[in-house]
Design a binder for this molecule. Sequence first.
Ligand code: C2E
Ligand code: MG
Ligand code: MG
Ligand code: MG
Length: 279
Amino acid sequence: RAKTMGISTMQFFDPEMQAVETARDVLDVDLRRGLQENEFVLYYQPQVDSANKLTGVEALLRWPHPKRGLLSPGEFIAFAEEKGLIGLIGQWVLEAACIQLLRWSADPETAELTIAINVSALEFSHPEFVPRMLKVIDRTGINPKRLVLEFTERVMLGLTEDTVSKMRALKARGLYFSLDDFGIGYSSLGYLQSLPLDELKIDRTFVKDILTNPNDAVIACSIMALGASLGLAVVAEGVETQEQRDYLASQGCKAYQGYLFGRPVPIAELRLGRNVRNP
Ligand code: C2E
Ligand code: MG
Ligand code: MG
Ligand code: MG
């Protein structure tokens, strides 16, 4: 910027800003290379039922960066959105999840497992989102009922005809919809009824202090009641202790995810139970 403004403005140039700009440029180049070189990996975190039985996993994106080590989505997803790269990343995640579902489908011990992927609001808003997604589903031949799409309330924000019709088109093909981070959001509850949702995930901020903060407990319980009355499954996320799990169970919760049951791990480290091989 300083260059185009001429030499005279150079003295106002802020070296700290320059460093930030450079870091962003590097990340931009890095992300494009990472996509090209297939550097991303999916980690899988277990989801269990009331009997602690594995019912499925959430796929969480990781980027083993050649220089910076293992990066979490918090370190690059927002940037990828800004740079228009989220669509490519989302496609990669979808493909990788479908390939894993396909492997699992071949073994009766794993055939029923589901994989949840996270869909960013920006990605969802792309006009080609639905056809692109259906193309991958058709090409891989997975059972769409095993694929869970996790949306945040941001997707529902300013609920439009477009959102509703896209979700209905995907629902018609049998996909399963989960509303992620539920409870911290923005909007009225009205949209819950107008969308073909299947599941609510109680945000982990309410689970964290559920035993000590009555407000959090009230919210978590309200979400469970809401789910029950709307006929939606409810998953508690971020469950770290047996006490949290037992309290949630006592309030009617039937599905859990959190460090108590397992951290996100590469596929080879995922414990599927006895006699089950990782393909
Ligand atoms: P999320 O979808 O709500 O995923 C749950 C996050 O909570 C994950 O963080 C997970 O590692 C973490 N977590 C799970 N159990 C526990 C627990 O018991 N305690 C604590 N403290 N944390 C727990 P992660 O993997 O860093 O992902 C952060 C967010 O990044 C995700 O939140 C999701 O919104 C986004 N994300 C992850 N993968 C993708 C992706 O493939 N595409 C897009 N668009 N977003 C993604
Ligand atoms: Mg999620
Ligand atoms: Mg979540
Ligand atoms: Mg979250």
